[in-house]
Ligand binder design. Structure first.
Ligand SMILES: [Zn+2]
Length: 540
């Protein structure tokens, strides 16, 4: 047994997230956590809402609530949606909690004592039209690297480079569109990433098994040379800076957010040090490609510089984008499908399945209602649902809802056993390699193998003249249903648990040798996946 620490990127607190957030971090992390638990590994799976920063302040203002109350409400809304999606976090935390506040300040003080914090006078964007300093995200302009016209002051989404607002060409206010941006002087604290660069470089070189997408983004960043980053902001809502002269400032949300991964463990586990300060733990992060620089560079640099003995990530599994009918999902423009309305339309398992087998791994994936409806009907209704239903219904009718005593396996069963063992071996390899799509494809291949066996062995024909042979096939078929459900469990846990419950089985890695004993009573589950139609989609 090994220990796996698994985190998903923390969804930002303002508003319900769209399917892209689910596809690019939350769901893959959950599937991997379930796989590891299934094989008997010890898992700590952590996530939470990222709650600091200007967007939360502005959203609270718009909702007419104090920001703390707004965040508490939105955290509860998101936690409920993720529970309904079957996301099996051991803890779903909040970065505005006391543990994160204390730990962020401790890490900062350690960095300061080690000489990696520098005080600088900064010229900061100020808009006379808006009457305020503009936080980075509220300045928009042209990216000096790729020329994208809508780069934000903190990052260009088009080329993923991190930016400072002063880098932007033709800057304007995102609040009012005003172009009369002035830069006024104010004092801030910088993390000396330039001084930490050799250590980050050496650490990155020691990592193994990272997907090419993540390697190339991190590599590009290092190639450009690390620039010192301002880690303080002129805001009220955030972790206060514990340094004389900076009482009116808070830490930049990107400084405290990843520390929230550690704080989440402190909140839920007395033995959190056995996870975050131990050598025998493998740490895997799941996140979308825009989050790679912070997780591959800034956060490791923060921990390395602090000298505190916290675990650094072993593998970052990064994802490309899920697009929505050819365009980008956008919360602000309402383009796409949101996680709450998705659940109003179809059960969680249907989304989990489609988003896993179409995961944006090697490249972006496009969601369309037609592709979703088609994929769900083909894979879940016609293949998995059909397998379970025709096998168990027949067995219930002809063998009195009791697993029959099998006879000797024939050549078809021997070939089946060899094929099944090969599929299960590959399934495990693909999970271990974090190859989500391929793992889902292997699960589907097992379902198809089971259906093909039943069609070939045809117990409904055998029963007329050879009841013993039919009993062998039905016994084999019921065990195939068990294996099909166990293999599917990380992907479609609700349906898998329904099937396994009907068979009196519990969750484990599928072992063909551990057959259900003859004589056990079973039930036939209700129709697992009624066919869906695009016409039933509720208005967005
Ligand atoms: Zn750019």
């Amino acid at each position: 047994m090994s220990k796996f620490l698994i985190t998903s990127a923390l969804p930002y607190v303002n508003g319900v997230k769209h399917l892209g957030n689910l596809a690019g971090s939350l769901l893959p992390a959950d599937i991997h956590a379930r796989f590891r638990r299934q094989t008997g590994d010890e898992v700590l799976f952590l996530c939470g809402t990222d709650e600091h920063g200007t967007p939360a302040e502005l959203a609270a203002q718009a909702a007419g609530l104090p920001v703390a109350a707004y965040c508490a409400r939105q955290h509860a809304v998101q936690a409920d949606i993720y529970r309904r999606f079957g996301l099996s976090f051991d803890h779903f935390s909040r970065t505005s909690g006391e543990a994160n506040r204390r730990l962020t300040q401790e890490i900062f003080l350690a960095l300061d004592a080690a000489g990696f914090i520098e005080e600088r006078t900064l010229r900061q964007a100020y808009s006379p039209t808006d009457g305020r300093f503009l936080p980075d995200r509220y300045i928009i302009g042209t990216c000096p690297h790729c020329g994208s016209a809508n780069a934000r002051g903190d990052q260009c989404e088009a080329c993923t480079r991190l930016l400072d607002p002063g880098d932007l060409l033709s800057p304007r206010s995102a609040i009012s569109g005003a172009t009369d941006i002035e830069f006024r002087e104010t004092r801030h604290l910088f993390l000396r990433l330039s001084a930490l660069e050799p250590r980050v470089r050496e650490w990155l070189a020691s990592r193994r098994g990272w997907p090419p997408l993540v390697q190339s983004i991190a590599g590009k960043w290092l190639q450009e040379g690390l620039r010192d980053r301002c880690i303080t902001r002129d805001l009220d809502w955030g972790v206060p800076v514990p340094k004389p002269g900076f009482e009116d400032k808070v830490f930049y949300v990107w400084f405290d957010a990843p520390i929230g991964y550690i704080a989440a463990a402190i909140e839920c586990r007395a033995d959190w040090r056995d996870w975050w300060q131990a050598d025998d733990v493998r740490y895997v992060q799941f996140l979308a490609k825009d989050n790679v620089p912070f997780h591959a560079i800034s956060f490791p640099a923060t921990i390395l510089g602090s000298g505190l003995p916290f675990k650094l990530v072993d593998v970052i599994k990064g994802f490309n984008w899920l697009t929505f009918e050819g365009g980008k999902f956008s919360t602000s423009s309402g383009h796409g499908l949101f996680t709450d309305s998705a659940l109003d339309w179809c059960p969680a398992d249907t989304w989990r399945w489609w988003l896993a087998i179409n995961a944006p791994e090697g490249s972006d994936s496009d969601f369309t209602v037609e592709r979703f409806v088609d994929g769900v009907n083909k894979d879940l209704a016609d293949v998995f649902g059909n397998l379970v239903n025709r096998c168990l219904s027949f067995a219930a009718t002809r063998f009195d809802s009791t697993v029959p005593q099998p006879g000797e396996p024939g050549p078809i069963e021997r070939k089946l056993a060899a094929d099944l063992a090969a599929h299960l071996g590959r399934l495990r390899e693909r999970h271990e390699a974090l190859a989500l799509r391929k793992a889902a494809e292997e699960v589907r291949a097992i379902w198809k193998l089971a259906n093909a066996y039943l069609s070939e062995a045809a117990p409904w024909a055998a029963i007329a003249h050879d009841r013993a042979r039919a009993a062998t096939v039905v016994h084999t078929g019921i065990n195939l249903v068990r294996i099909a459900a166990l293999a599917a469990w990380p992907f479609i846990p609700f349906a898998a648990e329904t099937v396994l419950g009907c068979l009196g089985e519990s969750i484990a890695w599928p072992d063909p040798a551990a057959a259900i004993p003859a004589g056990r009573r079973f039930r036939v589950p209700p129709l697992l996946f009624p066919r869906i139609s695009a016409a039933c989609r509720p208005p967005a």
